[in-house]
Design a protein around this ligand. Structure first.
Ligand code: NAP
Ligand code: ZN
Ligand code: ZN
Length: 364
């Protein structure tokens, strides 16, 4: 006999959802499952706004990953544990925790066995996916989360929750390729393309690893801050041919965080022989790959998607140790649609974070 929704999902939840590909978010009452044996339930305090949330609410990745509505976004979620299941080992009530881009995986494939859950073919995203029990997952623009402890990370006491939240996606998405592609060796020279949410934390992580960083940006007005405040070694305006020309063949690697179509040829030109261009930004249309420029210099173009749970915890601990947090603009939930509009124009220094704890209130 099938269970009713109320039996399966007895926890009342409240959040903001997009109802269609206009992407407009509005209040949404829904429910979540009871705390299972291995689940951690927590009160959400802050949630970052990732550009992926914007892609998803507008169904911009329709061909690869279609959005389903209502869609409650949010995968840079932090909060405080309110309840744990009987078999939870790592967390207790009162702990500070975070959840990133996914909340389930198969636990048996080669990727899962190698702590690379983000590459599991049965990956369950934090929002807009179907969970094991057949219900839809909803993200962190909401008051509570119920998450299998395997997908929950512990937030160290000295890491502030508001500016720590973006590390759950932006942080791990840039930390993982810096490590995996060996772009983390002191003295190396790495480029970061796009100084947004991901880009600015990439600068901070690379710097903490002892790497020299060049920012490649479309926004000349970000130069002063990138150098003086974020500590970038140099700053190239990507539309300035002279600047690009002068920097040809100087970079060991590049982390490309750009969210829209853009030419790869100038970036490949900036790489040294054997240099690596790692794409983490996800434009909605395919990019052109100029093969000749790759051959001449044995260069590599690669991709990377967030990171596994073990590495996410490692990244959070590294951030806490090196005082790495995001530069944020904290907003109330009812500003979220304006924030999305501004994010689409790269008008944020450098991450919006929603103050869920103080501003998300159900009217019922
Ligand atoms: P963001 O804050 O909007 O930053 C993107 C930056 O890209 C902008 O600040 C801007 O920097 C630059 N940019 C924007 N439009 C551009 C254009 N038309 N041409 C050239 N540069 C442009 O976004 P984000 O949250 O960092 O996310 C960036 C991308 O990564 C998104 O596509 C997102 O979906 C993706 N993402 C991927 C993963 C993954 O696992 N691989 C995880 C999270 C996010 P400047 O002003 O400096 O040019
Ligand atoms: Zn994200
Ligand atoms: Zn798996």
């Amino acid at each position: 006999m099938g269970e009713s929704t109320e039996q399966m999902q007895p926890k009342k939840a409240f959040g903001w959802a997009a109802r269609d590909s206009s992407g407009v978010l509005s209040p949404f009452t829904f429910s979540r499952r009871a705390t299972g044996e291995k689940d951690v339930t927590f009160k959400v305090l802050y949630c970052g706004i990732c550009h992926s949330d914007l892609h998803f609410i507008k169904n911009e990745w329709e061909k690869d990953w279609a959005s389903s509505y209502p869609l409650v976004p949010g995968h840079e979620i932090v909060g405080v544990v309110t309840e744990v299941g009987g078999k939870v080992e790592k967390f207790k009530v009162g702990d500070k925790v975070g959840v990133g881009c996914f909340v389930g995986s198969c636990h048996s494939c080669d990727n899962c066995a190698s702590n690379l859950e983000s590459y599991c073919p049965k990956l369950i995203l934090t929002y807009g996916s179907i969970y094991y029990d057949g219900t839809t997952t909803y993200g962190g623009y909401s008051d509570i989360m119920v998450t299998d402890e395997h997908f929950v990370v512990s937030i160290p006491d000295n890491l502030p929750l508001d500016c720590g939240a973006p590390l759950l996606c932006a942080g791990i998405t840039v930390y993982s390729p810096l490590r995996y592609f060996g772009l983390d060796k002191p003295g190396m020279h790495v480029g970061v393309v796009g100084l947004g949410g991901l880009g600015h934390v990439a600068v901070k992580f690379a710097k903490a690893m002892g790497v020299k960083v060049t920012v490649i940006s479309t926004s000349p007005n970000k130069k002063k801050e990138a150098i003086e405040h974020l500590g970038a070694h140099s700053f190239l305006v990507s539309r300035n041919q002279d600047e690009l020309q002068a920097a040809m063949g100087t970079l060991d690697g590049i982390i490309d965080t750009v969210s829209a179509s853009h030419p790869l040829l100038p970036l490949i030109g900036l790489l040294k022989t054997n240099g690596k261009l790692v794409l983490v930004g996800v434009p909605d249309k395919p990019l052109e790959l100029p093969v000749f420029s790759l051959l001449m210099g044995r260069k590599i173009v690669a991709g990377s998607a967030t990171g596994g749970l073990k590495e996410t915890q490692e990244m959070i601990n590294f951030a806490a140790k090196h005082n790495i947090t995001a530069d944020i603009e904290v907003i109330p939930i009812d500003y979220v649609n304006i924030a999305m509009e501004r994010l689409s124009k790269a008008d944020v220094r450098y991450r919006f974070v929603i103050d869920i704890g103080n501003t998300l209130k159900s009217s019922t």
